[in-house]
Write a protein that binds this ligand. Structure first.
Ligand SMILES: *[C@@H]1O[C@H](CO)[C@@H](O)[C@H](O)[C@H]1NC(C)=O
Ligand SMILES: *[C@@H]1O[C@H](CO)[C@@H](O)[C@H](O)[C@H]1NC(C)=O
Ligand SMILES: *[C@@H]1O[C@H](CO)[C@@H](O)[C@H](O)[C@H]1NC(C)=O
Ligand SMILES: *[C@@H]1O[C@H](CO)[C@@H](O)[C@H](O)[C@H]1NC(C)=O
Ligand SMILES: *[C@@H]1O[C@H](CO)[C@@H](O)[C@H](O)[C@H]1NC(C)=O
Ligand SMILES: *[C@@H]1O[C@H](CO)[C@@H](O)[C@H](O)[C@H]1NC(C)=O
Ligand SMILES: *[C@@H]1O[C@H](CO)[C@@H](O)[C@H](O)[C@H]1NC(C)=O
Length: 328
């Protein structure tokens, strides 16, 4: 491996050093050919052609530069591809000021990476620079770390008053392991009413420090998939009449639904004129406020002439069976 590095260095130095010099514009770099790796405590290894030196910073201090890679895809051209044989992606190797020196991570700690930096966000922050607030952060108060939950949304059939909702209970720890749950307004499996309910867990350590920031909503939304129910649908009716055309009346059905009833309409209204030997088929269309429809209530109205009934079966024609709806 040593041998290979040296070869690599002597080969690469011709092509790469000049580029590296350009990129870093570091006039003070020596050609020490030590192939330095991570003597800077870096979490990556980047074999170099020369040791990274201290360099004059704009603020006047001498600041240690560290090995960095400018990947080929970004830099364009550069060192020969065979460099990847060392486990190093193709690119130009340069010495530059640590990327973390400019404190790019607003709220986290900054780790040097081979090509730049990575921000490690603390609890409650997210994003590349840890600059975004975590929408539902595990809360922390006085060293108590709470693992909280995101909002939960469930759906129930309209008319259901509540829904049992299960969730992983929030938990909390501190370094000493002395956190206790002080209060909880709901537990997993409780009935949650329709609407939005705020769940709050409060933890505290033995000195009474409280972390009450674990709050989340349980949203119970409703959906209507049940069509309206029709009551008192008139039955099929046959009337014996004297007049060939007679107005017929009936009591319209009623209907109910959790969303309320929007319309009850029929193809014939009570009082419609019906003729003997021309039965009508009445169909009710009931629509609820969710737009669901029930057309199951239908019935026929048939008129037969009393004269015909009497002729066909004279014994049947009595005052009781002869229903004279037109008042005759
Ligand atoms: C100059 O900047 C470097 C890098 O940001 C920093 O480490 C150093 O402390 C600064 N020196 C002074 C005197 O501000
Ligand atoms: C390397 O990682 C450790 C922990 O993962 C961290 O403490 C250290 O600061 C890192 N080093 C650099 C140079 O980023
Ligand atoms: C939830 O609804 C059921 C009826 O579906 C009822 O018996 C129960 O009392 C309700 N629970 C709460 C907490 O309101
Ligand atoms: C009327 O008669 C038809 C056909 O026999 C039947 O399908 C329907 O259910 C009856 N309607 C009522 C309201 O009884
Ligand atoms: C039924 O017929 C009578 C007599 O022809 C008429 O006066 C009445 O308006 C009709 N009723 C309906 C609802 O059409
Ligand atoms: C009701 O009327 C429909 C259509 O006119 C017909 O098909 C059906 O047989 C009738 N049912 C009865 C019980 O009269
Ligand atoms: C209508 O009647 C049929 C048969 O009885 C039933 O399966 C269906 O659910 C009913 N529809 C409604 C909207 O009640």
């Amino acid at each position: 491996m040593e041998q290979k590095y040296v070869l690599e260095c002597t080969y690469g130095i011709v092509i790469c050093l000049s580029i590296a010099l350009l990129v870093s514009s570091d006039a003070s770099m020596n050609e020490t050919k030590t192939c330095c790796t991570d003597r800077f405590g870096l979490n990556y290894t980047l074999p170099m052609f020369f040791e990274c030196q201290k360099k004059g910073h704009l603020n006047g201090s001498m600041v240690q530069t560290i090995p960095k890679l400018i990947p080929n895809s970004l830099g364009g051209g550069g060192c020969p591809r065979r460099e990847s044989k060392l486990g190093v992606p193709p690119g130009r190797r340069v010495c530059r000021f640590p990327d973390c020196d400019i404190n790019p991570c607003e709220n986290g700690w900054c780790e040097e990476t081979m090509t730049g930096y990575r921000c490690h966000c603390p609890i409650g922050f997210q994003g590349k620079q840890c600059h975004e607030l975590d929408t539902n952060p595990p809360a922390t108060t006085q060293g108590i770390f709470v693992t909280c939950l995101k909002d939960i949304t469930v759906t129930v059939e309209l008319g259901t008053p509540n829904k049992s909702v299960e969730f992983t209970p929030p938990s909390a720890v501190n370094r000493e392991g002395t956190v206790v749950l002080v209060s909880q307004n709901y537990i997993s499996g409780d009935d949650f009413p329709v609407g939005s309910t705020l769940v709050e867990y409060i933890f505290a350590d033995e000195s009474g420090n409280q972390a009450s920031l674990c709050t989340f909503n349980v949203n119970v939304n409703t959906v209507d998939t049940t069509p309206p129910v029709v009551q008192s649908c008139p039955s099929n009716q046959t009337f014996s009449v004297l007049k060939t055309t007679t107005p017929i009346t009936w009591t319209p059905p009623t209907a109910s639904d959790a969303s309320g009833i929007a319309f009850i309409v029929a193809n014939y209204e009570p009082g419609v004129n019906v003729s003997v030997n021309s039965p009508i088929s009445v169909i009710y269309t009931v629509t609820d406020n969710s737009g669901l429809v029930n057309t199951n209530c239908s019935f026929n109205i048939t008129l037969v002439s009393i004269i015909n009934v009497a002729q066909r079966a004279p014994t049947v024609y009595t005052r009781e069976t002869g229903r004279c709806l037109d008042g005759v």
